[in-house]
Design a protein around this ligand. Structure first.
Ligand SMILES: N[C@@H](CCC(=O)N[C@@H](CS)C(=O)NCC(=O)O)C(=O)O
Length: 318
């Protein structure tokens, strides 16, 4: 059961004016919801004007004085997968107080929540929003005022102007959220055989549907242009072959087995700003490092290791 995000303000409201350098993101790179916002920040050219902190990917343990399962900003923690610290992880810089836990950012705003991502206003010292679906939309709408480095005419429009496209976007967002983004968790975390099987079937039925949608040669889900629909589908499919196929028991097929979806995945991965907005090391450590006995599986390496395989659309099953 996924909680409902309690902070739903928007950049552009009176108390949260759209200004370069004012806003900050708190994320973890193994979290697919956080991956939505790191992708939006990157493809919209906001890396300089919206700053970001990255939590360690395994949450606190039972021995933590503040409690278990909390996101921690601890770049000195070692990942068992690499036997070293992770260069992407940071201390907490957004509040100016060097806090250890995301929970403390919420407590400072009188909230009992503890999830990531968080969009934070460094000037007001307040949380703006903690719902990834809202955050990607407002970054898109306010990209110019926030100081995007990409000229408007050259920048992707995640949220299309056209009403017909918007309706198609809402339908795809709903289907992909229920059966793919959240569906993967319904399958992987279920302890009930029937619930697992229903989520498994719905997940692969939607993959089949999307494979068919892309079979008319369109480069992206809504057609010619990359949009929010592609951005919301990518984090789950990026994790499928190297993580979810095993960890979420979604072993019906690999994305490699869907030629159109595989080429779409490689096409999105090749877009400017996409490859650096995520990390499979963080994903593998995050999903496997706190499951089973903590040993992270080394594969897959055939036909190629990941993410290198995403540089090869030609690998798709012919
Ligand atoms: N609806 C939120 C969901 C965020 C979410 O569930 N994040 C997870 C990490 S993958 C989290 O922080 N869970 C911890 C918690 O809720 O305690 C969004 O899309 O931003």
């Amino acid at each position: 059961m996924r909680g409902v995000s309690g902070f739903r303000h928007a950049i552009g409201e009176e108390e949260f004016p759209a200004e370069p350098g004012r806003y900050h993101l708190f994320v973890a790179l193994n979290c697919p919801w956080c991956h939505r916002v790191t992708l939006a920040r990157s493809v919209l050219g906001l890396q300089n004007s919206v700053t970001m902190d990255v939590a360690f990917l395994n949450r606190t343990g039972d021995d933590d004085p503040e409690g278990p399962n909390l996101w921690e900003f601890a770049p000195d923690r070692v990942a068992s997968l690499t036997g070293a610290t992770l260069p992407e992880c940071t201390v907490e810089t957004g509040t100016g107080r060097g806090l250890r836990l995301a929970k403390e950012i919420y407590r400072a705003d009188d909230s009992e929540e503890q999830s990531l991502p968080i969009l934070y206003d460094k000037i007001a010292g307040r949380i703006v929003n903690n719902e990834s679906a809202d955050i990607i939309r407002m970054l898109d709408v306010a990209a110019d005022a926030l100081g995007s480095t990409i000229p408007t005419a050259e920048r992707v429009r995640l949220y299309p102007d056209d009403d017909m496209l918007r309706q198609h976007l809402y339908d795809l967002n709903d289907l992909i959220y229920r059966t793919i983004n959240n569906g993967a968790y319904k399958a992987g975390f279920s302890s009930d055989q029937r619930i697992y099987e229903a989520a498994f079937d719905a997940y692969f039925e939607t993959l089949e549907q999307l494979e068919k949608l892309l079979s008319d040669g369109r480069p992206f889900l809504l057609g010619v242009h990359f949009s929010e629909a592609d951005l919301r589908l990518f984090p789950t499919l990026y994790r499928h072959d190297p993580v979810y196929n095993m960890r979420m028991k979604l072993n019906g097929a690999r994305i490699l087995d869907y030629p159109n979806l595989w080429r779409w995945l490689c096409r999105v991965y090749a877009l400017p700003g996409v490859a650096n907005a995520g990390s499979l090391v963080h994903c593998r450590q995050g999903y496997f490092g706190r499951s089973w006995n903590g040993v992270v599986p080394s594969g897959p390496f055939k036909p190629m290791p990941y993410p290198e395989a995403y540089l090869h659309p030609d690998l798709a099953a012919l």
